[in-house]
Design a protein around this ligand. Sequence first.
Ligand code: ADP
Ligand code: ZN
Length: 289
Amino acid sequence: MEYYGSIEAGGTKFVCAVADEDLQIVERISLPTTLPEETLAQVFAFFDAYQLKALGVGSFGPIDVNRQSSTYGYITSTPKLGWKNVDFLGALKKRYDIPIAWTTDVNAAAYGEMHLGAGKNTQSCIYLTVGTGVGGGAVVNGDVLQGFSHPEMGHISVARHPDDTLESTCPYHSHCLEGLAAGPALEKRTGVKGQLLEGTHDVWAIEAFYLAQALMNYTLILSPEKIILGGGVMKQQHLFPKIRESLVKQLGGYVELPDLEEYIVGCDLGDNSGTMGCLLLAKEQESLK
Ligand code: ADP
Ligand code: ZN
């Protein structure tokens, strides 16, 4: 039997999975991300046990997704030790002579959630993860959105909350979304990790303000049918109503939004958004062969 493979390549872990024709997962493993040769050897050991017909890869980045580029398939400017300028897709192609879909981790998650999860019945949605970093992917009219490169929705500029004096945790930007609202920013602001903070803490109003401001901008630019929020920080369920409320306030009534409970939602596929997206991309890639 032949299978579809999926690699969700993250900065801390790689999740690899194989699935059958109906995209039912047959086996799934999680590996720590160490050095490329070491991690890739484990990835190969996992997939070598299967006959694959196509593979879908959603990678941490930035990555090169421009087919015209000489470094297409590379992880480019990551600070992650050993992974800068690594020909990730090339290494996979060398090992497996099969169609391989290549995109960002968040694009894959957006694709998975849109087709099989929270975004079912829509054609355009945004997926934003708020964790160690902030990353977003968009599916527009059914396709993953890419241009000269891929979107970097976590690094948009945001206006500061009047009560916030935190120095941004992003080394590139003094007031980007990631630098002011990712898990490390929450931790720097309060002295404790986000998972240890009570829902009543004042910091959540600041957090919701930044996330809502970002969602307002995405809304105004892309007008998606749905915005799906995931990642560790979004496990704080009380953030959802706070974000919706802040979004309405910041928009000032300029755009009439869809029903907010339907418009801003959590993930449906849990930890499998990226994996399902990669599997689906693999299956579609295979059919294009
Ligand atoms: P990663 O982004 O590395 O893939 P996560 O999405 O789990 O992993 O994000 C980890 C970040 O999210 C850390 O900064 C952590 O403190 C924060 N975090 C994890 N769980 C929670 C939670 N329940 N509430 C708030 N913050 C959380
Ligand atoms: Zn930034």
